[in-house]
Design a protein around this ligand. Structure first.
Ligand code: BES
Ligand code: ZN
Ligand code: ZN
Length: 493
């Protein structure tokens, strides 16, 4: 659930958030209020540690009972959309202490910036931070649950703000869908139920095809099918198509790892933290959310989203370490470790995508390796790409939305490490190092030289603590990045 956002012209308010720059300089509306309140704001600041730094909040009551929160805007010279989004998130935090669950924000006339953009980004920050997953709490009291219901952004141009906010809120809808499916446990999100959620995007104008095991077998997707063969759940491949561009234009393709639960299979994982493996479908979750965002904002581009959905379970019918499977590409794979399953799913999903859709580019997202968590932690996702321009443009989109990437190498020398003694390729490397790179090299063998990028999102899919624009839990990292990447590079904006 997320809050309601409204845009209105400034008027009398009971609970109001006002902005203050670093060094306690006031933007225009804050100055006006200070004069109306006989210098109360400046006096209150004097008696506090408040310095207008980003994320600082000072709570004040006026003599007639009006509640005012001063919100730090940070340095004037640092103002940009990400900063305003963070301010929006502070606003939400402040209003969380208000008993009504509602409040207004009067932050505009920031020097040299368009009021509509400022308002829209404040709103986006508050909205993204407000999302909560509380459906399974049955005994908590209302005050223990998230309490902010509505944020009203006061701005001299509410119509322009509304217009600027619309596409941002549509992208946020995609983010929320991703967060929901990633947070739901694996008894709820199975290959079948997730394919049905993808099918529900038909109402937004997306064409959806769900391929069954029988069809996948026919296509020769034995690498993907081998991963799911130990599970009671039927494996699926879902193809989502958004056709917002011209008919003859080749599509962009986004491919997601959708392991709805990763026990490791016969190479079973230790029990500690295994519950986290419900989010091993995070890549697929991002692709679903991205498709929704693109459809809602009617993106002028052709995009195909392909997700491979399987459950990796140990059982009498499970794949064994040492098994050899023939992938759709014809390449044979020796499955050394059944826990290196994501690359097996993606091998067939990537090959199918390039073969069927002849895309301009392919970008896959996967919670692929524990090694990327060791390497980059939760600050950045790993970026691997066969194409420098693609890598650069993804990096740049990430910087603009605050979803940071770090490019890692794909040297040919790493490729030797995954040659098998009895098949074309093995699914783990021979030496112990560079686990994320060798996983990416494995994927590259199934891209058929289409310009391709791989985002290893294992470390960024689930936040262990609150982030500026996301409460602890599923982040949907990748949805805003790819939405921006598409808008900036392929929609003529
Ligand atoms: N799903 C895991 C990777 C993962 C780890 C995702 C932590 C999210 C958080 C993946 O399937 C896996 O198990 N990879 C193995 C590969 C190894 C067996 C070569 C790993 O990283 O340990
Ligand atoms: Zn695994
Ligand atoms: Zn996995």
């Amino acid at each position: 659930m997320a809050i309601k956002i409204a845009f209105e012209k400034p008027s009398t308010q009971k609970t109001l958030c006002l902005g203050v720059y670093a060094e306690n300089k006031f933007p225009h509306p804050t100055e006006t209020w200070d004069q109306k309140l006989d210098g109360l704001l400046k006096k209150s600041i004097k008696n506090s540690k408040f310095k207008g730094e980003l994320n600082q909040i000072l709570s004040i009551f006026s003599p007639d009972g009006m509640r005012i929160f001063l919100i730090g805007l940070g340095k004037k010279s640092d103002q940009n959309e990400q900063q305003w989004q963070k301010v929006g998130s502070s606003v939400l935090e402040a209003l969380g202490t208000s008993p009504t669950g509602e409040g207004s924000v009067e932050i505009y006339d920031l020097e040299n910036f368009n009021n509509a953009e400022v308002a829209a980004n404040l709103a986006l920050g508050a909205l993204l931070k407000s999302w909560r997953f509380e459906k399974y709490f049955t005994t908590k009291k209302p005050e223990e649950l998230f309490s902010v219901k509505k944020v009203t952004i006061l701005t001299p141009q509410p119509e322009a703000a509304e217009k600027a906010f619309k596409p941002l809120s549509q992208t946020a809808e995609g983010v929320f869908l991703t967060r929901t499916v990633v947070t739901e446990p694996a008894n709820i999100i199975t290959p079948d139920s997730l394919s049905k959620i993808a099918e529900s995007l038909k109402k937004d104008g997306i064409k959806v095809d769900v391929l069954t095991e029988k069809e996948l077998k026919k296509l020769g997707m034995n690498a993907l099918l081998g991963v799911g063969q130990g599970s009671e759940q039927e494996s699926k491949l879902v193809v989502m198509r958004w056709e917002g561009g011209s008919k003859k234009e080749a599509p962009l393709a986004f491919i997601g790892k959708g392991v709805t639960f990763d026990t490791g299979g016969i190479s079973i994982k230790p029990a500690a933290n295994m519950e986290a493996m419900k989010y091993d479908m995070g890549g697929a979750g991002v692709v679903i959310g991205l498709m929704k965002a693109l459809a809602l904002r009617k993106a002028k581009v052709n995009v195909v989203g392909v997700i491979g959905l399987v459950e990796n379970m140990p059982s009498g019918s499970a794949q064994r370490p040492g098994d050899v499977v023939t992938s759709m590409s014809g390449q044979t794979i020796e499955v050394i470790n059944t826990d290196a399953e994501g690359r097996l799913v993606l091998a067939d999903a990537l090959w199918y995508t390039q073969d069927k859709f002849k895309p301009k580019i392919m970008v896959d997202l996967a919670t692929l390796t524990g090694a990327i968590v060791i390497c980059l932690g939760s600050e950045r996702a790993g970026l691997f790409s066969s194409d420098d321009s693609l890598a650069k443009r993804l990096n740049s989109a990430g910087e603009k939305v605050g979803e940071l990437l770090w490019r890692l190498p794909l040297d040919e020398a790493y490729d030797l490490d995954i040659n098998s003694d009895i098949a074309d390729v093995r699914n783990t490397n021979i030496s112990r190092g560079a686990g994320s790179v060798t996983a990416a090299k494995f994927l590259q063998r199934f891209t058929n030289d289409v310009p391709w990028a791989h985002l290893d999102i294992a470390g960024v899919t689930w936040a262990q603590k609150d982030l500026p624009l996301c409460a602890k839990g599923a982040t949907a990292f990748g949805v805003r990045l790819l939405d921006r990447f598409v808008a900036e590079n392929y929609e003529g904006k």
